[in-house]
Design a protein around this ligand. Sequence first.
Ligand code: NAD
Length: 253
Amino acid sequence: MILDSFKLTGKVAIVTGCNTGLGQAIAIGLAEAGCHIVGINRSAPSETIHKMEKGGHRFLDLRADLLKQAHIPALIEQAIEEYGHIDILVNNAGIIRRQDAIDFTEQDWDDVMDVNAKTAFFMSQIVAKQFIQQGNGGKIINIASMLSFQGGIRVPSYTASKSALMGLTRAMANEWAVHNINVNSIAPGYMETNNTSALREDAERNEAILARIPAQRWGKPVDVAGPCVFLASEAANYMHGYTIAVDGGWLAR
Ligand code: NAD
């Protein structure tokens, strides 16, 4: 039955940055589809834990600052110790810094590139090694952006990092497809999360953004959960290196 290929019963999914926003909605969506979740967060994911408990889902709470890559091997070891295997990685943690390109600092460049691109790559690398060792393939889903496709305004390191992430999605897919590892991305449009609160509070920008979205609304975190479950499932077994926009039609315009 086709719907069975969307089920994720007993799969183990790592989701980075799931204490809030898109990561929380993705973690809950994957859990509802049958996954046990490993959440990697900088601060306590209290609300997510509460929601997981309420839904009767298993959730392993790991803490790390993903600005640095040194903790990554220990995190993966803890996940395997708890669940015995890993099947899905969602590289969701991300940051943004806003400043005119003319005044942009090296710190704002490095921090954003480190979390959004470098950590996502090295997290994927170590999980891909685990997938190869397990011998059953696996799924890697990167959370890209409209700025994987467009230039943006006042966010040069974010644009660089998310454009890099879309390129890396293709590069990793090319090398790891032979191991039945599917590497794909989701590019959310303008979504209601902490990441975009500054934009939504700026009446002029808010109006301009809404006027350009064919769906005429900001996206909700739950809007990315379904596409993520799909990419994490057997239904997406022949998808490699693609970035799906979930954007209310923003890019179609
Ligand atoms: P958010 O700020 O609510 O969530 C970001 C998450 O990343 C949080 O859980 C945060 O704790 C985590 N994080 C950031 N730096 C970290 C670090 N050093 N170590 C560990 N965790 C860290 O924003 P969001 O909108 O939910 O963002 C989730 C992802 O979606 C990001 O990659 C973001 O770039 C991307 N995205 C968001 C939008 C949007 O409109 N909101 C659009 C496109 C892409």
